[in-house]
Ligand binder design. Structure first.
Ligand code: SF4
Length: 65
């Protein structure tokens, strides 16, 4: 899985950090940064929750082939 955040779309709601703090962090500007772009399988469920809960649809996930 590859994780990215479109920081231009992010509105700093922080839902992603609540869902998966191992993968997302809110930077000083309040917007999300990705800490781990290739998170381990045990985090995938929570990363998908973050993607679904993001109110700005700013999280992109690409499944590994
Ligand atoms: S949930 Fe979406 S809008 Fe909120 S901080 Fe995370 S990426 Fe940004």
């Amino acid at each position: 899985m590859r994780v990215s955040v479109d920081r231009r779309s992010c509105i700093g709601a922080g839902m992603c950090v609540l869902a998966a703090s191992e993968v997302f962090e809110q930077a000083g500007d309040g917007r999300s940064v990705v800490l781990d772009t290739d998170p381990p399988p045990e985090l995938h469920v929570r990363v998908r929750e973050a993607e679904q809960e993001c109110p700005a649809a700013a999280i992109q996930l690409a499944e590994s082939p």
